[in-house]
Ligand binder design. Structure first.
Ligand SMILES: [Zn+2]
Length: 622
């Protein structure tokens, strides 16, 4: 019995004790099978479902609280209750069609939170919940001025994926739910609020902002950021938000945004969200990017000064189709969001910068995949594309398997059927499933009937999706530039010196490949020679710096101030992929004490998503 089934049983029991007449009634209720069971949500959308949210909240930086009301349009199928997901929220009062109604919070679960069970009648049209967030909220990160780029004003951002939206808004927090929303958000004067919605472009004096999201989105895509922000357009439908000191740098870095949107549309059909903006957040943002509709949230570590890390923007843009338009029904189907997005990202990069660059990005992912499969040696079931996360945090499935094995599956399929047919299939897939959700099983069915059978193609789809590891028919990706980088490394090892003119035009990907593939026998002295030639220790490119620091930990390299740089990096940056790579390296080499000494200083700057991962990794108890 999974935790979920147990909890549901408890809820039903609570209800049947309270109202004996209710249980038999339930069996006659009209239910629709539109929604599948989601182990990570208490909501029962087949009975009563939220279709629109009207949010009216105030953002209080002094007390670090969001307070207000959430008003929902609901469709009830003759149910007597509406169930919302909540976690660490204080619920003050609930109304049904404007009149107070009975509500209760069910038992608390460490991962899922508590169901908010609201009594409604079969013709209830609207429900309003008055609530406030608490200091335990996991979605919100409140930053003091020192944690921002400009150091003048506080900052707030949210991160909803996977199941954290319920920690700042009571909501039916399953990706298969789709809602439109309006919001009124009051913030301290002088600050700007932006959401995954139609956004302001200037600060308004009274701090009152209004938002509208007219396309239905999944609840994990609800997003809010508040800070001393400025906006700079790239063209009439793309642009950048950032703190003032960052805005010009960010704008220059992302000046290819419109070209990316055009390339994406040429591949798989119209961009359906009107506006595509990016907000550059403070460095504690836990992800590279988050594809909040109309407004991608991004880490400042992506700004390298030479556009070399902007495949991240292509990735978040691609989510406007795979993820936001066609959404995984549950977190067990997460690979449908991410595998397709990596595939699409790499196709955009190929369209803009050529096949060589695209293959280098794909190969770095391929190496990540090898490492991930090795890391799951003891639990090979975690290397299936379709997962069973029912007794786990959905965050556990957010790793290279969904992204890079998903990509490899689609690339292998593309090579098997041919690009023209594959592109036509994908275009049709996005179009016919637009603004809906899909399970892995429904995708397999669609793939068979729309691509494989009509073209009489035999393909081991089930092995790819439902079995662990990587099937033998995988596509083989090669790169001449990477082979050249390996050759350069070999020459350096044998000659103990390097001709720097050979590396003049290297891209970030070549450097990353060069550093990550140090051969057996490489020493700290070798690292010192390379560092003296290229100053990797002080690299402004966050990806190059990260892989260099990892090798410094691996090989006990301590020169040129690298220890200090590693510590600064870990304290300044909260991007989970980066910091977990470094803490893992410390752990691998029995340097947990060293890691903990840094972590204690860094942790206050990390979002809960990152802190939870590192707490587990280092066995840290707060
Ligand atoms: Zn993604």
């Amino acid at each position: 019995m999974t935790k979920y089934t147990l909890l549901l049983t408890l809820i039903v029991l609570t209800f049947s004790c309270k109202k004996d007449a209710e249980k038999p009634l339930e069996s006659t209720e009209k239910t629709s099978s539109k929604y599948v069971e989601d182990a990570h949500s208490y909501a029962q959308p087949n009975k009563a479902v939220v279709t629109h949210l009207n949010l009216n909240i105030g953002v209080d930086f002094d007390n670090q609280v969001i307070e207000g009301q959430a008003n929902y349009d609901i469709e009830s199928r003759a149910s007597s209750k509406l169930i919302l997901d909540t976690k660490y929220l204080e619920i003050h009062e609930v109304e049904a069609d404007g009149k107070p109604t009975y509500f209760e919070l069910g038992d608390f679960d460490e991962q899922l939170g508590s169901p908010l069970i609201i009594e409604i009648s079969e013709d209830t049209k609207q429900v309003t919940v008055h609530y406030s967030t608490t200091e335990k909220t996991e979605a919100l990160q409140w930053l003091n001025p020192q944690q921002t780029a400009d150091k003048q004003h506080p900052f707030l951002f949210t991160q909803g994926q996977a199941i954290l939206t319920r920690t700042w808004i009571p909501i039916q927090d399953s990706p298969q739910i789709r809602i439109t929303y309006d919001a009124k958000v009051k913030v301290p004067s002088g600050l700007m609020a932006v959401m995954s919605a139609e956004n302001p472009k200037e600060i308004v004096a009274n701090g009152k902002y209004e938002f509208k999201m007219q396309q239905p989105i999944s609840p994990y895509l609800m997003a809010l950021a508040v800070g001393d922000l400025a906006y700079k357009a790239v063209n009439d439908r793309t642009g950048v938000y950032a703190e003032k000191s960052m805005i010009d740098k960010a704008h220059a870095e992302f000046s290819d945004m419109e070209k990316m949107v055009v390339a994406a549309e040429n591949l798989y059909g119209d961009y359906d969200w009107e506006q595509f903006d990016v907000i550059v957040l403070p460095p504690s943002f836990p992800f590279g990017g988050m594809e909040n509709p109309r407004l991608t949230f991004a880490t400042p570590t992506v700004i390298a000064g030479d556009k070399s890390l902007t495949s991240l923007i292509a990735h978040e843009l691609a989510h406007s189709w795979s993820g936001n338009l066609v959404t995984n029904a549950t977190w067990n189907d997460f690979w449908l969001n991410e595998g397709f997005t990596v595939y699409f990202e790499i196709r955009i990069m190929e369209a803009l910068y050529g096949v060589e660059r695209a293959n280098m990005i794909a190969l770095i992912g391929r190496q990540d995949l090898t490492e991930e499969i090795e890391a799951f040696r003891e639990t090979p079931e975690m290397t299936k594309l379709k997962l069973d996360l029912s007794d786990k945090n959905p965050d556990d499935g957010m790793n290279s398997i969904a992204y890079d094995k998903g990509y490899l599956f689609l690339r292998t399929l593309e090579e098997k059927v041919g690009r023209d047919k594959f592109d036509a299939f994908l275009k049709q897939y996005f179009k016919s499933h637009a603004f809906s959700t899909i399970t892995t099983e429904a995708f397999v069915d669609y793939l068979n009937t729309h691509l494989l059978e009509p073209n009489e193609v035999d393909f081991n789809v089930n092995e790819w999706i439902y079995e662990p590891g990587i099937p033998e028919n995988q596509a083989v990706i090669t790169s001449d530039k990477f082979e050249n980088a390996e050759q350069t490394l070999q020459t350096f090892i044998s000659e103990k010196s390097i001709d720097t003119s050979l590396t003049t035009n290297w891209t970030t990907q070549e450097w990353v490949h060069f550093i990550r593939n140090f051969p057996e026998g490489m020493t700290a002295e070798d690292m010192k020679r390379l560092d003296d030639a290229f100053d990797f220790t002080h690299s402004k490119n966050s990806h190059i710096a990260m892989v260099w620091y990892e090798q410094a930990i691996n090989l006990d390299y301590h020169d040129n101030g690298v220890d200090r740089e590693i510590e600064d990096f870990l304290i300044r940056v909260g991007r989970r992929w980066y910091v977990s790579t470094l803490y893992k390296a410390f752990k691998r080499h029995d340097k947990v004490d060293e890691a903990l000494a840094i972590y204690k200083k860094a942790r206050p700057n990390y979002h809960s998503v990152t802190a939870n991962t590192i707490d587990d990794l280092l066995g840290f108890k707060s």
